[in-house]
Design a protein around this ligand. Structure first.
Ligand code: NAD
Length: 419
């Protein structure tokens, strides 16, 4: 009997990575894919045929929703995950959500309560927590090798200007054009929280200057970088930075200082780690520089290379958590940690709009802390924010002409990069 989990994928662009992992995973079976962009579905059908599996494809979410599925992976627009997750959880499906978890504080509360009420598994696919460097740091921190965190840094620098046509299609309302500097924050904050197991209690936000190239491509925030300075619940301080600063290749770097030592990824060879562990004498210890090995299901994991193998682990631990294994329970990122990661960015932007004033990060595990946010829809997306609409940059939204978006759209249609 085939008792594999029946999994659907919503959003087939980033979703193709999920589709590839599911096609080879022993615990799950890809049964349906939904995307309104037909050419992506044609590709899914073609690859399903090549590997000899049957996958139903849907352009319309309502049709997809009715398909017989135990679980759904959300790889749709980054600012719409919570709304779909809530609906799917209430319909009895487990949900794995791509980044980000929510667009507003109200959605954060609604998402948590949907998980609690439904009793279904919600997992957050913050794959940067499972990179070669961050996953090994998580393992070593857990072993107590560097003691308790004092200071940490997470950095995700990715200049997407040349690929902007391919990832926004010249749509004025695309989430990448609407987002503010601190929205896309969980690649840099996420690993700090999973490695240390700490919770954020306060955040202060900053943003850099806008750049004219990104304004010309239609990004309302002008491609500025976002910075969050976070106080953790043990008093440690973490710095997270992300955005499109000039650096090639992109940067996925982390460092953690603890009471007994420190760990850091090597800046231009991120697969390598430096670890310092202090011995019995002050200021004397052992230093290591090495490339970590995969320590969970290495045989299975080596079949998948997406984002340094990390794409595999988000899905693997989701499936394992549904199956009830200890590994799944330990490493799958739950809704509370997901929301902690995401709301640091939402609240950091408020800090920026308030002259970089520190903002308390609520602990939404506590029911009594939720009411203050139930109607808090403030964000940069007009369809969600209503009267609480925020500008995408602290000095206000720039005027961007229809011609600018049309030029980007044409580049996309011609399959060209921006120059
Ligand atoms: N974790 C990572 O490393 C990583 C990398 C890239 C993208 N992502 C995430 O993946 C998600 C998707 O990003 P993307 O790069 O594929 O671009 P995207 O957000 O433009 O693509 C979303 C896809 O979903 C489809 N879609 C959205 N709403 C739909 C609806 N109502 N009905 C049918 N189809 C719909 C779109 O047609 C599109 O193909 C985002 O959440 C993004 O943050 C994560």
């Amino acid at each position: 009997m085939n008792n594999k989990l029946k999994v659907g994928v919503f959003g087939a662009f980033r979703g193709k990575t999920m589709i590839n992992v599911l096609a080879k995973h022993p615990g799950a079976q890809l049964v349906a894919v939904c995307d309104k962009h037909r050419p992506l579905l044609d590709k899914v059908e073609k690859s399903a045929e090549e590997i000899g599996i049957t996958v139903a494809v849907y352009e319309d979410f309502e049709d997809f929703f009715k398909h017989d599925m135990d679980a759904v992976i959300l790889a749709n627009y980054a600012n719409e995950h919570a709304t779909y997750a809530v609906r799917l959880l209430h319909s009895g499906r487990h949900v794995l959500s791509e980044v980000l978890p929510c667009e507003t504080m109200a959605q954060a509360v609604e998402l948590i309560e949907a998980v609690e009420k439904s009793g279904k598994v919600y997992a957050y696919a913050e794959n940067y927590c499972y990179m070669t460097n961050t996953f090994e740091m998580w393992r070593r921190y857990d072993n107590g090798e560097i003691g308790e965190v004092n200071y940490a840094e997470g950095e995700y620098i990715h200049d997407c200007s040349s690929i902007w046509p391919r990832i926004t299609y010249g749509e004025r309302g695309h989430w990448r054009n609407l987002m503010n500097s601190t929205f896309y924050c969980t690649h840099s904050i996420g690993p700090i929280l999973t490695i240390t197991g700490r919770r954020p209690v306060q955040v202060t936000g900053f943003e850099t200057q806008q750049n004219s190239q990104m304004l010309a491509l239609g990004a309302l925030a002008g491609g500025c970088a976002g910075i969050e300075i976070i106080t953790l619940d043990n008093g440690a301080i973490a710095k997270s930075i992300h955005g499109g600063l000039k650096r090639e290749p992109s940067s996925v770097n982390y460092e953690v200082y603890g009471t007994k030592g420190m760990m850091e990824s090597e800046r231009f060879d991120e697969n390598k780690l430096n670890v310092y562990v202090e011995g019995d004498k002050l200021c004397e210890g052992e230093r290591q520089n090495f490339t970590p090995e995969k320590f969970i299901s290495p045989e299975l994991a080596k079949n998948f290379s997406g984002h340094g193998g990390s794409d595999f682990y988000s899905i693997h631990f989701f499936i394992e958590k549904i199956l009830g294994t200890e590994e799944g329970k330990k490493y799958s990122i739950d809704v509370y940690t997901a929301v902690d990661m995401g709301i640091c960015g939402i609240l950091a932007y408020r800090s920026i709009l308030n002259g970089n004033a520190p903002i308390k990060v609520p602990n939404l595990r506590n029911i009594e802390e939720r009411d203050a946010y139930r109607h808090d829809n403030a964000c940069t997306n007009p369809t969600v924010a209503g009267e609480q609409l925020l500008p995408a940059y602290h000095t206000g939204n720039p005027e961007i002409s229809d011609e600018a978006y049309e030029r980007v759209r044409q580049l996309w249609l011609d399959d060209k990069k921006a120059e």
